[in-house]
Design a protein around this ligand. Sequence first.
Ligand code: BES
Ligand code: MG
Ligand code: ZN
Length: 479
Amino acid sequence: MREILTAEKRIQNITSVIIASKDIDLDIFDLTAPEKDFIKTSLSKKASSITINKYSHWLFFQFAEEKSSGYAINEAYRNSAFKLHKMLSREKITELQVIDVAEDKLHTKAFIEGLCLSDYQFIKYFSNKAERNFEITKITLISSRISQTEADEINTLTYAVCSARDLINEPASFLTSTQLSKDFERMAQEAGFEAEVFDKAKIESLQMGGILAVNKGSVEPPTFTVMTWKPANAVNKKPYVLVGKGVVYDSGGLSLKPTPDSMDYMKCDMAGAAAVASTMYALAKNNVPVYVIALTPSTDNRLDAHSYSPGDVITMYGGTTVEVLNTDAEGRLILADALEFAKQFEPELTITIATLTGAAHRAIGELGMAGMGNADSVTFEMLEKAGWEVYERIARLPFWDEYAEMIKSDIADLKNIGGDVAGAITAGKFLEHFTSGPFIHLDIAGPSFSKKGRSYHGKGGSGVGVRLLYNFLKNQSSK
Ligand code: BES
Ligand code: MG
Ligand code: ZN
């Protein structure tokens, strides 16, 4: 992993990024008179990024962009870090210094975060990996107000996001449910939280009918991973429970998805599971004093003669019966078993995070996630605020009682699809049926994966949800 080291003295003759405010004292830098003039004229033209080529190294001045909110200013810094990273990669500059003379230290922290998140590649499957590899190895941070602990926190959190991306980008030809659980166990070991994996026999003995039904058409066994982070100094007695969808590949099953376009990238259907495990990793690594349990039901959704079929009635963990009318609405079935399992913990709050519906994707696109639930407005506002802080924004959808009418079956307790409309919400209502206590559901079908790439979120898996959940839980621990 790269180093981020705080230091007091600036290093001479090294590529430097100066996170600056408008009233910066240019005399403290080793600049010629024409260079100073150039910076001043650029500033008067409202430039926010100014580059000086010193031949042996570069100086990049990053000024705050004028934006509508402090959150948007921080986000502009993350995006400018992405632009700078392209340049570093082109010039093969692997070491640099960041000088914090910004108006607000959050600007500098956002910039470093954006830089670390931009410094990600998934090159495992290229035969010429070595040639393609570019990584920043060392960032020296010159700041009188950002501590080494804060720098470490950015480093571990962004590392956790990149671990989630690795898992999302892995095709199901490698990343089976068994492999996913192994990776979670490895992450638990590395960071110091608990992980227990239920295998197929255990899932059968618990009669988790949702997971087993989805798994019927598969040659790979399902898994169910229970992760626990319970530090002695936790501020809460009852745990926050995070539940992440771990469908390692979603073909749709007998209700087969059309291809191209809708099936090609369905290796990303475990992005919710990756997000919660990586959140646990960051919480444990950074010793955040909050008690959290994460649950990840996992299987692939395939078709063969054994597959569950439209028309089947299945019995879920806990006894609820469900009429399956579309085998492509599989996520809610495996999450339901996990939510029922979560009840024993009497959660302070339950949060599901899942690539659950195309409807959420169509409604919001890649720019944010759909959020809904029955938690009180204070809790919702705290989650939304955490979303603004890390710019993983939540678009709130209604969650009125009447939507639950749309998933009533004629022959069983529930059916697994609603009507033609409000597909993201009826999926959420289905999940709510299996919960007790306050509940929030986040549908990340839009932002979890980007075919084209989106700034520092990268191409492919974005790792969305990790910074949101980490930040929300950390804020809970200090409220
Ligand atoms: N995994 C998909 C949802 C999805 C769509 C994820 C786009 C990422 C990007 C989910 O299992 C699914 O197939 N949902 C169906 C539900 C429908 C059959 C009620 C959908 O949204 O079409
Ligand atoms: Mg599906
Ligand atoms: Zn799915």
